[in-house]
Ligand binder design. Structure first.
Ligand SMILES: Cc1ncc(COP(=O)(O)O)c(C=O)c1O
Length: 384
């Protein structure tokens, strides 16, 4: 069936996301799927049990628009414990249908026609279309492999009276880099004399490796007072299919956020919110998360020993970038497809996260997988 007229698309450059494309290709060719960022191991049975208990206890109707208060309280407690910041659960915490919805809502609530939004690329692919749908203009700052460091002096030059927002993402998807305290000091300095809003995508807050500390915006009061912080329980508790996340923001920003949130989703899955609130009461359920992913990253890198890929160990997230310039001259999009179809290992080509695709020969591999999956995939990669 076709709509019987020309439809003028609002997003002419957008097609199906690379994550859906590569996961479908992996399925079709029965490949080890290290492309999309989701774990293939078991979810905590305790968490599942909490969901059952909430459903059996009858918590199956609409939750409050802002989120179950039990969960908002637990998010505020966790934030204070980890980052020393106080967020009022009544006014400054909202539960969302995952990180992506929280991002979309924050953009929609604040970006107007012609507003400029600074984005560092490679960037998570939902940011730019969301900004464009609001009439805003993404201003791209490309970062260079292999360290993807931000030159804050260059960023400062881009700031003008139209600059409405800067989007940051630490730990960073797809590069696996993390912000340092120095990055935060620069960010504080370039936003000191203006009213720029910061949108801080921290969905991988619990996956900081090598003993580094997560530089949450919440640690920096001067930054926190102008920021939305986005989190994802899907990422934190290995339940990406549940699509539950949260947003933290100062009262007046949150007021605007909720005006959009209430008409976009109204409220989020009640029993799962309550179950996560219960689970968060025990800090052991989140403080050890880095240990698990440290083990997996180290295992994956060890398994790649002797391969022709160049590895810069990831510092955060559950993604490892591998440079294949010693193996092939192909474009990363071509190489990623061939690797899936012919060799049965699926990954994501990093160039798709740029506005102007680079010629970097780098692929992103998700290591949130069982050791057996990682071992088998690495075995194939070592033979290339
Ligand atoms: C950087 C980043 N932000 C946001 C999200 C979305 O999180 P959620 O699955 O909770 O919507 C993802 C998911 O891959 C991500 O990598």
């Amino acid at each position: 069936m076709e709509y019987p007229s020309n439809i003028s698309t609002k997003l002419p450059k957008v097609s199906t996301t690379i994550f859906s494309v590569m996961s479908a290709l992996a399925k079709e060719h029965n490949a080890y799927n290290l492309s999309q960022g989701f774990p293939d191991f078991e979810v905590s049975p305790k968490l599942i049990e909490h969901v059952h208990a909430e459903m059996r206890a009858g918590f199956n109707q609409y939750a409050p628009m802002e989120g179950a208060i039990e969960l908002r309280e637990q998010v505020a407690i966790k934030t204070e414990k980890l980052y020393g910041a106080h967020y009022n659960p009544e006014k400054e915490v909202t539960i969302t249908a995952g990180g992506t919805q929280a991002l979309y809502t924050a953009f929609t609530a604040t970006i107007r026609e012609e507003d400029e939004v600074i984005l560092f690329t490679p960037a998570y692919d939902s940011y730019a279309p969301a900004i464009e749908l609001c009439g805003g203009k993404p201003i791209y700052v490309p970062l260079e492999a292999p360290h993807y460091k931000i030159d804050w002096n260059e960023v400062k030059k881009l700031i003008n009276r139209r600059t409405r927002m800067i989007v940051i993402n630490t730990p960073h998807n797809p590069t696996g880099t993390i912000f340092s305290a120095d990055d935060m000091a620069h960010l504080e300095s370039i936003t000191r004399d203006n009213d720029i809003i910061i949108l801080s995508d921290e969905v991988y807050e619990h996956t900081v490796l090598d003993g580094f500390q997560h530089q949450s915006i919440a640690r920096y009061p001067k930054l926190a007072e102008r920021s939305f912080i986005i989190g994802s329980f899907g990422k934190t508790f290995n339940v990406t299919g549940w699509k539950v996340g949260f947003c933290l923001a100062p009262t007046n920003l949150m007021r605007e956020f909720r005006k959009v949130h209430q008409y976009m989703v109204f409220s989020v899955n009640t029993p799962i919110q309550r179950a996560i609130a219960e689970f968060l009461k025990d800090e052991n359920n989140y403080i050890h998360i880095p240990d698990l992913f440290q083990e997996k990253r180290d295992f994956f890198i060890r398994a790649l020993n002797g391969s022709r890929f160049k590895v810069t160990p990831t510092q955060g997230t559950y993604f490892q970038l591998l440079n294949y310039s010693n193996i092939s001259d192909e474009k990363d999009t071509e190489f990623a497809k061939r690797l899936t179809v012919e060799h049965k290992v699926a990954s994501i080509p990093v160039s798709v996260f740029y506005h102007n695709p680079t010629r970097d020969q780098v692929l992103r591999f998700c290591f949130a997988k069982q050791e057996e999956t990682l071992e088998k995939a690495a075995d194939i990669l070592c033979r290339l």
